[in-house]
Design a protein around this ligand. Structure first.
Ligand code: UDP
Length: 491
């Protein structure tokens, strides 16, 4: 196999030309840009297709644009999505975005690919498409144009297996919909997770009794199309998902687990450090990161700070905010809390907040709109993460050895939090409750007594995650295999 760590004649028009089309949300775009940069470093031409509503906020962050401008073999392209785009959207507009993609983007994408408009004198026509697995319509375009397609899933493999690839089985067996049954009942028809997953741990969408909802259709389409692609890229490492991957490979034999992707990205970019200025940032954030929280963390003792964030899409009510706030304050731990603008439904006035919360927060809390999360999780002061259990947050935490208190919100998060608590033993899953006493206890259990219970697993997974991205590690080798396969598919 050739050495893919070299930037091999990146300007050559003979190099493969990969189109990457990500789902237009912060988590997937962040991952897809990291994958794009890794491909560029391997000498492959990359066209990164963004829908308009996500491209605009991304362009405001000039560090992203200037980082990618360094690559002669990279370019951004945009495509309309019919979504109003003054601000990034929250979870309540997830389906609106997906419907916009289906009605506006889908036909334009087909036209774009059939016309070959993405080629130029210096770049071949697209030779391989890497599409987010939610963009399952891409398979029809791949068949029509004979361009190979590899799907890229930025949500978790445990979600994908239990709640998407097995959704047809769950429906056929009558386990979904639940029709009001007990949420603690075990799910039996999904191979590999028979003793782990209860109804309440399946993706949030499975709780609906209405199988005609558009999201169910979307997942069923995904389940149908994924096995037909040439390959499937996952942000995990072999060891972490050893329970799921062998089952998944029976359905989709060509899987590339290349995670933790941010760690692989960092490791491969480090080798190229000479190309970069010391100020280079790897962030692909669509919000401005408030780095003052890093100086605040610098002043805290090792492993004492609770980091709190609900990611880029989740929203909470003022009541939930107060329960979490009381729980965090009563735990007595210093905390760094990300309060993304728009994440508290209807907002709140300071007069609604009990004075003891405000006083304690002034004393030992730090609140920011958006943090440099990868950096924060790697900071020695952070001792635990109270999270909505998004997959990126989860795998970033695993890579840095930070234990988790999981309060899942929607989508894959219900499954992730169950695996965190039951399979990987990385922390506590408090799903379906939002109670100050439970939160206080969970924080204390993880940060105090949890030192003994969770620490061996947290440290063990951190070591395995780090090993997976070393030169001979599983993710690193899977990535090299992907590059090699892209070259073969492009020849
Ligand atoms: N993130 C960040 N700063 C923050 C909060 C989150 O950079 O203050 C990043 C985080 O590192 C992760 C992504 O946003 O890469 C959130 O993705 P995740 O899958 O965890 O959740 P989602 O936002 O998709 O619900």
């Amino acid at each position: 196999m050739e050495n893919n760590h070299q930037v091999t004649d990146a300007k050559s028009p003979l190099q493969p030309h990969v189109l990457i089309f990500s789902l237009p949300f912060q988590g997937p775009v962040n991952c897809a840009l990291k994958l794009a940069e890794l491909l560029c470093l391997s000498g492959i031409h990359v066209t990164f297709l963004n829908t308009e509503h996500i491209h605009r906020p991304l362009l405001l962050h000039t560090h992203v644009v200037s980082r990618f401008n360094r690559y002669p073999n990279f370019r951004f392209e945009t495509i309309p999505d019919g979504v109003e785009h003054e601000k990034p959207v929250s979870a309540d507009r997830f389906m609106e975005v997906m419907e916009g993609i289906d009605t506006v983007t889908r036909p334009l994408f087909r036209e774009m690919m059939i016309s070959g408009s993405l080629s130029s004198r210096s770049v071949r026509p697209v030779t391989v498409m890497i599409l987010d697995a939610f963009l399952s319509f891409g398979l029809d375009v791949a068949i029509e144009t004979s361009i190979p397609v590899v799907f890229f899933e930025t949500v978790s493999p445990c979600f994908l297996w239990t709640s998407c690839l097995n959704l047809p089985t769950l429906i056929e067996s009558g386990e979904v919909p639940f029709q009001g049954g007990n949420l603690d009942e075990l799910i039996k028809s999904v191979p590999g997770s028979e003793h782990i997953i209860r109804r309440r741990d399946l993706a949030s969408f499975c709780r609906s009794d209405d199988l005609s909802e558009p999201i169910i259709d979307l997942l069923l389409n995904e389940a149908r199309t994924i096995p037909q692609a040439q390959g499937f890229i996952l942000n995990t490492f072999e060891e972490l998902d050893s329970l799921i991957l062998p089952h998944m490979r029976k359905l989709c034999p060509n899987i590339y687990p290349i995670g933790p992707l941010h760690s692989l990205h960092k490791a491969r970019l480090k080798e190229k450090m000479t190309l970069m200025s010391p100020k280079t940032t790897f962030s692909n954030s669509i919000w401005k990161e408030d780095r003052t929280c890093v100086s605040w963390l610098d002043k805290q003792a090792p492993k004492t700070v609770l980091y709190v964030s609900i990611g880029s899409l989740a929203t909470i009510t003022v009541n939930q905010l107060l329960e979490i706030w009381h729980g965090v304050v009563n735990s007595g731990k210093p905390f760094l809390w990300v309060r993304r603008p728009g994440s508290i439904i209807g907002g709140y006035e300071e007069s609604q907040i009990p004075s003891e919360l405000l006083e304690y927060t002034k004393e030992i809390g730090c609140i920011v709109d958006w943090s440099p999360q990868e950096h924060v999780l790697g900071h020695h002061a952070v001792g635990a993460f109270l999270t909505h259990s998004g997959w990126n947050s989860t795998i970033e935490s695993i890579a840095e050895g930070v234990p988790l208190i999981c309060w899942p919100y929607f989508s894959d998060q219900q499954v992730n939090s169950r695996f965190v608590g039951e399979v990987w033993k990385l922390g506590i899953d408090i799903k379906d409750t939002c109670d100050r006493l439970i939160i206080e206890k969970a924080v204390k259990d993880v940060m105090e007594t949890g030192g003994n219970i969770f620490r061996p697993c947290v440290d063990g997974w951190k070591i395995l995650a780090k090993e997976s991205v070393t030169e001979m590690g599983s993710s690193s080798m899977n990535f090299d295999r992907l590059i090699n396969d892209i070259r073969v598919m492009s020849s």
